[in-house]
Design a protein around this ligand. Structure first.
Ligand code: ZN
Length: 254
């Protein structure tokens, strides 16, 4: 019998839900399968907010993620992460907020090697990158406060949601905006069925899978309101306390 667990988002009882091999990767949706690792990864499901998580990873030190997930072979399971995704996301931020780029401070949270931020700086933004995995010597209190924080493909990688929301809350100005992507699980995780969703892939480090409700509850812990973009409601989201004046046009479009 597996032990029960408490939901890292809402603290409600969560039951063992399903098990997949550590080598299950997002590339399986393209027909590419890695050999089985022989390491079972159990996912739990919160019976209240629907958050789905793999408790195994909350005890891993960064070094273990480095050797087992974010190693030299990671590029084979996430071929877009080095170049294409930072370029696409820089374009998205420019399209949404580019006219205000000289009057706002931007932080790319979980920005890996910092390419997105470099691209923005090259086009006149005041932007920096912080990645808890890469910038281990940096104290976030030394970074200051930001008007705009982006966190693209970050939430699903973080085993401790309370730390993530705590970081974002301490880095954002009161009238700032956090824009982030994570694919929400509604329609993809059914408690009455097995976990077959392609996004639930431990080899990609996808250890935390959110419902819209669990994202709203997580943000509320730090006084954030939660909303999603009407054109990409399953993927593109924001947290804010007060909509900043430079983001009013975007807010109107949601
Ligand atoms: Zn929950």
């Amino acid at each position: 019998m597996l032990p029960s667990a408490s939901c890292p988002v809402c603290e409600s009882p969560s039951r063992p839900y399903d098990v997949v091999d550590l080598n299950k990767s997002c590339e399986e949706q393209r027909g590419k399968f890695l050999p089985l690792a022989g390491v079972p990864i159990y996912y739990y499901l919160c019976q209240s907010c629907g958050f789905c998580f793999a408790p195994e990873f909350s005890s891993w030190p960064l070094e273990e993620f480095e050797s087992k997930i974010y190693n030299d072979a990671y590029i084979t399971v996430d071929p877009d992460y080095l170049e294409n995704r930072p370029r696409d996301n820089a374009q998205l931020l420019t399209q949404l907020f580019g006219v205000s780029r000289t009057s706002i401070r931007h932080l790319d949270y979980g920005g890996g090697n910092g390419l997105l931020s470099k691209l923005l700086v090259d086009s006149g933004w005041e932007s920096s990158s912080y990645d808890p995995f890469v910038d281990r010597q940096v104290q976030i209190n030394d970074l200051g406060k930001f008007d705009l924080i982006s966190a693209f493909e970050v939430f699903e990688h973080v085993p401790t949601p309370s730390r993530l929301i705590g970081d974002l809350a301490s880095l954002i100005k009161d009238d700032g905006l956090v824009i982030f992507t994570t694919l929400i699980s509604e329609g993809n995780i059914d408690p009455a069925k097995r976990l077959s969703w392609w996004y639930a892939s431990p080899r990609n480090g996808h250890v935390s899978l959110y419902t819209a409700n669990s994202l709203a509850l997580l943000g509320a812990k730090k006084g954030f309101q939660y909303a999603s973009f009407s054109n990409l409601p399953d993927l593109l989201h924001v947290y804010f306390r007060n909509i900043p004046h430079w983001a009013q046009s975007v807010a109107g479009g949601k």
